[in-house]
Write a protein that binds this ligand. Sequence first.
Ligand code: CAA
Ligand code: NAP
Length: 249
Amino acid sequence: MKSDKKIAVVTGALGGIGTAIVGSFLSDGVVVIATIRLGTLERATDWKKTRFDNNEDLYLLEVDVADYTSCEQLIAQVKEQFGRLDILVNNAGITRDSSIKKMSFEQWNEVLNTNLTGCFNMSKSAFILMLENNYGRIINISSVNGQKGQFGQVNYSASKSGIYGLTKSLALEGARKGITVNSISPGYIRTEMTSKIPPNILDAIISEIPVGRMGEPEEVADTVRFLASEKSAFITGSNLAMNGGQHLY
Ligand code: CAA
Ligand code: NAP
């Protein structure tokens, strides 16, 4: 299917922030390839129906972002089916929180492979496809905890800090080719991911957010929408912090 509409790939689409990003792109008339984890097609089909009324511009493709070949195959399929790619949102991410004395090597590796290497795996093939049209928007979802660090998150914070280096370097490679690369660093957003934090710890964290509340996924999606638009052409290699004042620098 070749389309005049913009074509976007959103990883981790079924999650809280992913769902909000998909919704905002669809309402802007963007064709969205929502990537889902391997083996989750049934859940995703239900999600597409209940959340998006089976919107015909929404496609579901399976990928493991931590697997280089899986990402390469996904982008090859996008090229074959849609002919090009305009927007990539690297949103898939996981936490495996633990203080370092209890953290296993697997917990370290799993988080780095998904959050940081996953960003490389997707960006590598997507960037090459974007070069064909001298146009692209790559948006990487980092985190306030990549900026400030967080007790119990040496793995997650390292992965999210690593995104800044990847973003800045790739921005330089894309600058003359019409491809912008930016990151967004949300603070604590109300999703499945933050629902795993023990309530007493989460309450203590919220009490330290100056605006006095968590963020909503739709607020992140609005920022993604701007960075994905034509209007953001002069912004590249940047990080947009949105954390209710929790971390100012
Ligand atoms: N600062 C300093 N010390 C702390 C601490 C903190 N924040 N939290 C615990 N400690 C201390 C305890 O007082 C205790 O000290 P003693 O040994 O002297 O008694 C010690 O650390 C306990 O260490 P443990 O390894 O036993 O800690 P634990 O197993 O009880 O809990 C944890 C560790 C699982 C990481 C828990 O603290 C936790 O869940 N923290 C929340 C981490 C967090 O914010 N995750 C965000 C997930 S969502 C997300 O990441 C999205 C995003 O981008 C924002
Ligand atoms: P979420 O609801 O848990 O969603 C994460 C999504 O990533 C899920 O859809 C998950 O798939 C997918 N995913 C995980 N591993 C994957 C893999 N190997 N391959 C493909 N997809 C994979 O979390 P969220 O809060 O929306 O987080 C989205 C992004 O925002 C993450 O990068 C997160 O680190 C970042 N972030 C979140 C917050 C926050 O407070 N919530 C703050 C800052 C940054 P399944 O649904 O199948 O598990």
